[in-house]
Design a protein around this ligand. Structure first.
Ligand code: SF4
Length: 64
């Protein structure tokens, strides 16, 4: 099982993550990423999270 986390110090709020994995990421009121998932990702969540991590220009998403 995998988990995802956001490096909040690196996130600058591009929003690609929320577009690519809307079941995992949302944007807060300031436009920064926040997680919608607490705990292990399901298979689709892992795939989408890895795609979002690849798309994040700041490399602020870590799937582990
Ligand atoms: S794509 Fe990266 S920088 Fe943009 S909101 Fe998501 S985590 Fe933050």
């Amino acid at each position: 099982m995998s988990r995802v986390r956001i490096d909040s110090s690196a996130c600058v709020g591009h929003g690609q993550c929320a577009m690519m994995a809307p079941e995992v990421f949302d944007l807060d009121a300031e436009g920064y990423a926040q997680l919608l998932v607490d705990g292990d990702l399901d298979d689709q969540g892992e795939v989408d999270s890895r795609n979002a991590a690849s798309a994040c220009p700041e490399q602020a998403i870590v799937v582990e």
